[in-house]
Design a protein around this ligand. Structure first.
Ligand SMILES: Cc1cc2nc3c(=O)[nH]c(=O)nc-3n(C[C@H](O)[C@H](O)[C@H](O)COP(=O)(O)O)c2cc1C
Length: 170
């Protein structure tokens, strides 16, 4: 049976703290992790001149899954710029008549958030931007894992949180 879950990461380094965290989760769940930095996705364009870039291709792939894990470090109290550009493009699915079916498909999906920062707690501004976006798009919110990487990513220090997170999918 096909896996029901997929992860999308937007970080300025694929193998940094956030990348290591999602790799741990992905290895356990046996899911793919798509790196937004390998895609050509440009910022939102009101004229949709960029509709032929990688955004729709990526979205069509993601829509095959029930659960979408959004993976981002906290950069300045917010999601990474790579993730923000990707999220902004969701507006394509609401703005263009021919894409509205795809937008409506999101209502059957559940979104999760995986983050790292150098703080114990994730800022409300960070997590709320995802929660509110999911709510606006009609997606369910499945939960999040946040790992403090003040001293770098230490798998042993987040083992039980990772276990709790992956159990949501089992
Ligand atoms: C541009 C930038 C902005 C950051 N802003 C914050 C922040 O607002 N709050 C915080 O706790 N950590 C902040 N950090 C630290 C990162 O969130 C932390 O090191 C994270 O684990 C990096 O993940 P990465 O290796 O995937 O980039 C920032 C780091 C960078 C590079």
């Amino acid at each position: 049976m096909m896996n029901k879950t997929i992860a999308v990461i937007g970080s300025s380094r694929r193998n940094g703290n956030t990348g290591k965290l999602i790799d741990l989760i992905a290895a356990d769940l046996k899911i793919d992790v798509i790196d937004l930095t390998t895609k050509n996705i440009s910022p939102y364009d009101y004229d949709h001149q960029n509709i032929g870039d990688d955004y729709l291709l990526l979205m069509d792939h993601l829509l095959k899954f029930e659960n979408i894990i959004f993976v981002s470090p906290v950069y300045w109290y917010s999601m990474s710029a790579q993730m923000k550009i990707f999220i902004d493009r969701m507006s394509d699915l609401l703005a263009l008549e021919e894409l509205k079916d795809r937008g409506r498909k999101l209502r059957t999906k559940t979104g999760y958030v995986v983050s790292t920062s150098i703080s114990e707690q994730v800022e409300d501004s960070f997590i709320d931007s995802f929660k509110n976006t999911f709510a606006y798009l009609g997606m369910n919110y499945g939960g999040f894992i946040h790992v403090d990487c003040k001293d770098g990513f230490k798998p042993e220090s987040c083992r039980s949180d990772v276990e709790d997170f992956v159990n949501k999918f089992k």
